[in-house]
Design a protein around this ligand. Structure first.
Ligand code: ADP
Ligand code: MG
Length: 911
């Protein structure tokens, strides 16, 4: 009984269907030039490479993407693959490495993560066509796509729970325009702001790639000194940032006569958006993804939170850069990828519009109040595919059958959600819920069509075939029957020949050169050659085997290939029709996807509220900040997880007469935790979440600042006193009456009196000039003396118990000032030798009796220091201006070009 030919498998050619193209790792197109001259292939390669000098070129050759020259050296190192050689160019070896096409995505991902850009160059014609131009003709190839960090769409390259933004920035007359797209979901936004606000806008977005006009590169450091997205910049010719052109492009792309229908854009926004669109077209080679129309995000729509504050509050990442331990990680109960992305983006930009915040809270409350509805909804959502990203891949022609299935499955689920939520009388219907229900839409016909058309578990790639369900298209079923039947016939043929010739080892085999052939062991070849008219045509003699063909086998092979090809072609046509049907409804589908994400977020936050005991905050337009029994969600969870210890809840009440709280207490008493928890409560409330407290009412916070004294901020590596002061300067310059400021041990990064003086002056400035709400933690208990002079300053301290010479931290915030810092107690707790402790106590006693305390007492009596502003000019007159002082210290020969540039900026800033 002869074995039937093995089942088709891409890696084992015997019955692979359709016949694969010949492997072209060493194709005939390679040679034909003497030493010194470039081969035709290399000539083509070099011409293409010249068009994308800043990219690694993935040059398609058969089943591989090959890289040459420097590209190969860089990629081989980055990917840890073998670097080989391939022929010579101008007498020198050509370095080469390659990655297989079928598994190239993993390699691509690695290169993109390493910061490379990759141009993908495909063969755009059939080898047969090329041969018509001559035996040595080189296949036509074109770059079909440039892959960059900001333009990836592949599931494998993306983090499904985060947006991947491509952003563009432009500056005109002190205003910056920012536009950003998530190419993988189509979300497209713009924003205009003063140049000074760029840093916080970028910190909010965390773009994967940032387009900057080349003439702006030099100024970036001045606009955002600490910028961290420097490595993500892709410079663009300044000419691409042109307002009039940009407007035209956008109007064309969205087929509108005017952009005004999408909102009102300022010139810089349009310019940035146009440049962005340009770049997307350029990298996608004119295949525009499905983009939502751009939406201007008003400057005043969101709470401004700068990069330092975000980092310091560990909103989406801890100081170490990990998601685990961040606020986002602690509050994320979403069950779908789109929901997770939406939650992250809401956390990144809390709102300032009270009505909009309440809309979100209303929706949340529906699910908070009705547990059964919530768990039912979450059960359905859990199965939700990523519609947004599937839709986007389909729109740029990079989608496959599985993406169609995702869209179909997601839309079917939307209908179920609607049923579950629309039950009359089950729950109240706030405006936000009706909006979601409307957005879920009605896609019954499309869902039916997709369900009928697609096979269960379709493959990712269309070219794998067999993704159209049986019974959907009669002609396809017929072709498939023929194809599968032929395969059976092939097995029968093998059996028949084996019987006829008596060679039981006779096999039907396949390779790229001969196609299908018969193979028998050399010893038995005679039996097939014997009857001259037996029909066996000799093809090849190998070491141990001889190969034959027959007319019948040839015909059968042709039928197999023909039927398989035709079936696949038909499937691809059907696929295309389905894709077009989906894209025709893409706007409505995108709305549905957004509604699903919004429901997921609302239900997830409701789940969190129930689990962790959060309450609905009341947000008004006053300037109070009143939290009863507030908690720090992350520390609370960490304590519970570690040793089941309870978190001590604390009140916070800032308002007229007590706008600034000065919180004193020793190290480890819980000051930082208390400060941060209130900032987090403001953020959570304004993103539309319940908050960890028994009750919360506060006036909208328009800007949030949080700073930590240098010594606490080690994780940043670059933490210096200078950084601390730069950050403090920003607060004093920007905070207003609606801001909330958290200052944690400011001044600690320098000598005691320096630090105390700075903290002192900062506190006065916040009180007199900024007039913002603030929590100010310090171990300088001397500062409490200020309370007597500053009306809105209230003193609080962390309660501790002294017990047999030790301190016990109660973590309770109580009215009143700490009388001392207890640093020595903490030192004892930490295990400093007894002798050192005793000596420190001596020193402290004498210091407290001596000059220092009288200085402090005198200073306290010397207020208000704002009179000091008037004194300043007289005092400063004899000293040379700061610029001159700074210049006097410069050692020109000791400066690197970079330092010189920095210096120049610094000097300029001093003028
Ligand atoms: P400080 O800033 O005063 O030095 P931290 O805020 O850093 O103190 O708190 C030190 C530690 O005390 C925290 O890591 C936490 O484990 C614990 N802690 C702080 N606040 C509380 C609280 N309210 N309830 C329980 N434990 C707390
Ligand atoms: Mg602290």
């Amino acid at each position: 009984m002869p074995a039937p030919p093995p089942a088709p498998h891409p890696a084992s050619p015997p019955a692979s269907l359709p016949a694969p193209l010949p492997d072209q790792r060493q194709p005939p197109e390679q040679n034909g030039a003497g030493p010194g001259a470039a081969t035709p292939l290399m000539t083509q390669y070099l011409a293409i490479k010249e068009t994308c000098p800043d990219c690694l070129l993935f040059y398609r050759m058969g089943d591989f993407y090959e890289l040459f020259f420097d590209d190969a050296v860089k990629a081989a190192a980055a990917l840890d693959v073998a670097l080989t050689k391939r022929g010579k160019h101008l007498g020198l070896d050509i370095a080469m490495c390659g990655v297989p096409v079928h598994s190239h995505e993993a390699y691509l991902a690695k290169l993109i993560r390493r910061g490379f850009r990759v141009a993908v160059c495909e063969q755009v014609e059939d080898p047969a066509e090329a041969r018509k131009r001559g035996a040595k003709a080189v296949l036509r190839r074109e770059i079909v796509r440039v892959v960059t960090a900001g333009t990836i769409t592949e599931e494998t390259l993306l983090d499904s729970r985060r947006n991947n933004y491509l952003a563009a920035v432009v500056e005109r007359g002190g205003r910056v325009g920012l536009a950003w797209i998530d190419v993988s979901t189509g979300a497209f936004f713009t924003r205009a702001s003063p140049a000074a606000a760029l840093a916080s806008a970028l910190a909010e977005l965390e773009p994967a790639e940032l387009l900057v006009p080349d003439d702006m590169l030099g100024r970036l450091d001045a606009i955002d000194p600490g910028n961290e997205w420097r490595q993500r910049i892709t410079p663009q010719p300044a000419g691409r940032f042109d307002a009039a052109n940009a407007r035209r492009r956008l109007e064309q792309a969205f087929a509108v006569a005017s952009l005004e229908g999408f909102g009102s854009f300022s010139g810089v926004e349009v310019t940035a958006a146009g440049a962005l669109l340009d770049y997307v077209e350029l990298t996608q080679r004119a295949r525009l993804p499905h983009l939502h129309p751009p939406r201007p995000v008003g400057e005043d729509g969101v709470m401004e939170i700068d990069a330092h504050t975000r980092r310091n509050l560990e909103l989406s990442r801890t100081l170490k850069g990990e998601r685990q331990g961040s606020l986002l990680d602690a509050i994320d109960r979403t069950v779908s990828a789109a929901g997770a992305r939406l939650l992250a983006s809401r956390l990144a930009s809390p709102l300032t519009d009270i009505a909009a915040i309440n809309d979100r809270l209303d929706l949340l409350q529906v699910f908070a109040d009705a547990e059964p509805v919530r768990s039912n909804l979450r059960g359905v959502l859990r199965a939700c595919p990523d519609i947004e990203r599937a839709l986007s891949r389909l729109a740029i022609g990079r989608g496959g059958p599985r993406d169609l299935a995702a869209v179909g499955g997601g839309l079917a689920l939307a209908a179920r959600l609607k049923d579950a939520l629309a039950k009359p009388g089950l729950i109240g219907t706030p405006r936000a819920l009706s909006a979601c229900l409307a957005d879920l839409g009605e896609h019954g016909a499309l869902v039916k069509r997709l369900e009928a058309a697609l096979a269960a578990d379709p493959p990712v790639q269309a070219r794998s075939g067999d993704f159209i369900a049986r019974g959907f298209a009669a002609d396809l079923d017929a072709l498939r029957a023929l194809r599968d039947d032929s395969r059976r016939l092939l097995a029968e043929l093998q059996a028949r020949y084996a019987a006829e010739t008596g060679v039981s080892a006779l096999k039907v085999r396949f390779n790229n050169v001969l196609g299908y052939f018969l193979e028998v062991p050399a010893r038995q070849a005679e039996k097939l050659l014997q009857p001259a008219d037996g029909g066996f045509i000799h093809r090849q003699t190998m070491a141990g085997a001889v190969r034959f063909s027959t007319v019948e086998l040839g015909e059968l092979a042709a039928r197999i290939a023909g039927a398989a090809d035709e079936a696949l072609a038909l499937e691809l046509r059907l696929l295309d029709e389905l894709v077009q049907a989906v894209l025709a409804e893409s706007t409505a589908i995108a709305r549905t996807a957004a509604a699903i994400a919004a429901l997921d977020v609302a239900a997830a936050l409701a789940e969190l509220a129930a689990e962790a005991g959060h309450v609905r905050p009341v947000i008004d337009d006053g300037t109070g900040f009143c939290i009863r029994a507030g908690r720090h969600p992350v520390v609370e969870a960490a304590l519970a997880a570690a040793d089941g210890k309870a978190f001590v809840a604390n009140d916070c009440d800032l308002d007229e007469g007590r706008r600034l709280w000065l919180v004193t207490g020793p190290n480890m008493a819980g000051k930082s935790t208390f400060l941060r928890q209130n900032a987090l409560i403001a953020i959570l409330g304004q993103m539309g979440s319940y908050v960890p407290a028994e009750a919360a009412r506060f006036g909208v916070v328009d800007r949030l600042f949080s700073r930590v004294g240098a010594a606490d901020d080690l994780a940043r590596g670059q933490s210096t006193f200078m950084v601390e002061m730069v950050e403090t300067a920003a607060i004093l310059n920007l905070a207003g009456p609606r801001s909330l400021v958290i200052l944690d041990e400011i001044g600690r990064g320098t000598a005691t009196y320096d630090g105390l003086s700075i903290a002192w002056a900062v506190l006065e400035h916040l009180h007199e000039v900024n007039r913002c709400r603030a929590l100010f933690a310090t171990h300088y208990h001397e500062l409490t003396a200020l309370a007597a002079r500053l009306d809105d300053l209230a003193c609080y301290s962390m309660r501790i118990k002294e017990w047999e010479g030790d301190v016990v931290f109660l973590h309770e915030v109580a009215a009143g000032a700490a009388d001392r810092s207890y640093g020595i107690h903490v030192a004892r707790l930490a295990g400093l030798p007894a002798a050192v402790i005793a000596r420190a106590e001596d020193v402290l006693t004498s210091l407290e009796k001596g000059e220092s305390s009288s200085v402090v007492t005198r200073l306290a009596a010397d207020l208000p220091l704002f009179a000091a502003a008037a004194r300043q000019p007289a005092a400063a007159a004899p000293a040379p201006p700061p610029v001159v002082q700074e210049l006097a210290q410069v050692e020109p020969d000791g400066l690197s070009p970079r330092e010189a540039l920095d210096l120049l900026y610094r000097l300029k800033a001093m003028l």
